[in-house]
Write a protein that binds this ligand. Sequence first.
Ligand code: GLU
Length: 468
Amino acid sequence: MKKEIVTRFPPSPTGYLHVGGARTALFNWLYARRSGGRFVLRIEDTDLKRSTRESVDAIFEAMAWLGIDWDEGPYFQSERFDIYKEYVATLVASGHAYHCDCPPEKVEEMRQKGLAAGGKAKYDGTCREKGLPGGEGTAIRFKAPLTGTTVIEDRVKGNIVFQNADLDDFVIARSDGTPTYNFVVVVDDITMGINTIIRGDDHVSNTPKQILLYKALGAELPVFAHVPMVLGKDKTRLSKRHGAMSVTEYKRMGFLPDAFINYLVRLGWSYGDQEFFTRNELVEKFNLENIGKSAGVFDPEKLTALNADHIKAAPPERLIPHLMPFLQEKGVQADDAAYLVKVIQTLNARSKTLVEMAESALFYYQDAIAYDEAALKKTFTPDAAAPMRQLIHELEALEDFSEKALEGAFLKVMELTGLKLGKIAQPVRVALTGRTASPGIFEIIEILGKEAVLKRLDAAVRIIEGKK
Ligand code: GLU
């Protein structure tokens, strides 16, 4: 039987979930979902000073928005100190770790000496064979091999070989008893049954130490896949200069979670030259083989274009829960779902973000139209009044507001006034929407319905005739 794949996402809660972190979460989630495996969430909050509850909540919120759910956890490292203690004791008992009472200044001296001699900054092994009993003020160091090599068999980068002579006896528990980063990660990954670790390649330098710990603990090594960092357009590491870093910021800017994850995945994984993926397609197709060797470049414009594609492709009903908060923010309740679906159908091919869509939808819900000043000046000219009055007359007589009937009404006005459709429609468009650009005029009239349309045309005629 094939082993169940177990992946994890272990964010440090020292800020919001950023773009790079979200991509890591996504890769691990997709890989677990793809294989019917498990995805574990672990909060790495051992740095008690920098970790905050707000950050934890921000991470949860971002993951909920992205639709990345977990099967196990969240575990909090801060609640696992007893487990770490046990594992430290195991390593000491098996001779893989030892107590060290060298004062920090002395260790620093050794490190400087190592550097000065043209080598690495290393602990020199003073206490390695002393067999100190431990107690107050002693740190615990891992007894690392002095010769040979440690190899990461990386699924993205191939074999990465480290000389053990370059590593030192690193601390696994500080003199105050707190365990160190690489150690807790390994204990967690072993005890949580994690067998596949996909993470940013900024962690490559930690991995040999972690591999040595796995070996010392007699545990099977997980599969490692180190993914190149995400860069900005100028090829430097992604930072605030390149645009928003926080995932929830993209939620606020009106991106669809499916578009966002589609874009995130493509920043490090490819499937031929396909750019557009639904969530299900990603779950079906994601693999480690197609993770790229070069860094992905984050391009907000490409993300926006992809967002437009996803808005267009999504069934209108599915957009409702995403669009609703943006409408509400503008004071629109939009309780009538059937009406809103029709509204969306006129806007989904012309909105790059949900913010834009909400903005464009406003006129459907306004009693008093907010006219764009320039549009009003340009189209509400004195000669626009007569055809508009004529149109009101024709529309009043209509029983149904189907596209065909509306076309008939406009044709009639064209005939009677000798004007072209555009000349009649443009002031009407401004009368109904307040703007010169909008969805198709017949669509709008049909959706707004007779009462609202007549009211708006009437108001427009009054403005044109200066009756206000
Ligand atoms: N907590 C680490 C981070 O946020 C991740 C550790 C790991 O993936 O092993 O970068």
